[in-house]
Design a protein around this ligand. Sequence first.
Ligand code: ZN
Length: 302
Amino acid sequence: MIQQDIKFKKLESFINQALKKDLYTNRLVSHCPSCKCREYIKYGFYKGIQRYKCKICGITFSKTTNSLWSYSKKDTRTWMGFIELLLEKKSLRFCAKKLNISLVTAFYWRHKILHSINLDITPNKLRGIVHVGKTIIHENFKGCRNVKSININRDCPINLRKNVWIIGAKGDDNSMFVKPLFNSCWNLTTFNIKLYSRIEKISYIVHYGDRYLSQVARKHNKKRFLKVEADDSFKYFRSNIKDWFKTFHGVATKYLQRYLSFFVLLKLDLAISSVNLMFHNLLKGDKFIRTSKVRIIKNHLY
Ligand SMILES: [Zn+2]
């Protein structure tokens, strides 16, 4: 007797498997995930995905090991759908409802994805005309229970929130750097180590509205004066960043870098789709992050 499958469940599971197999085909495996050695052999397939065996420690692993999706029981389509909605900046509540996943899962997934974007987005060198801007935001303790505050006046407690300096820079070849660099006040040493060292010596620095950055630019450009058209991402850097955080109803300072990397990804003139984000970014290298590394307080999910 032919079994009925009116909801096309078999087809659905086949499509998911085919999609997963296809996504992982080009993923490079460079070492054993356990002992990190490079001596491993091919060891058959599991559901169409290549498996390997380490010659040193003997463990078996596959192209999916340590990828963003390791151990996830949800199907590939749901993940792809989530990335699509993330790129559309939809709220976690919306994503959860649309994809029929829990709000907590949606929260973890967003952080897993932002964490892995964060791993590869930073350019090594900024070249050509380099636009540099800054904004200062207050520390945000979203999701933290024990926020220190001092009560000078009982009606008006003051939180001990530091200022966080976010510095952004953009070079010619569509490379962009946006990071929280230091707290409280300007720190030239940290600036030099974390950002200035990445700016090529022959490049020209255009700064936006800050006396410290102006000093850096003057020293770097020496006697060169170029007429350069302002870059809107930097001319309005402060409001751009502020609006970005508003989309997420504020961002906890400990996760700042992840959300800034996501900001960079969407700001660059790249044609981003969930498919190319997946192929070019999320499937490269060891991306697995344990959910236990993401602290969560349910009242603060957005
Ligand atoms: Zn090994």
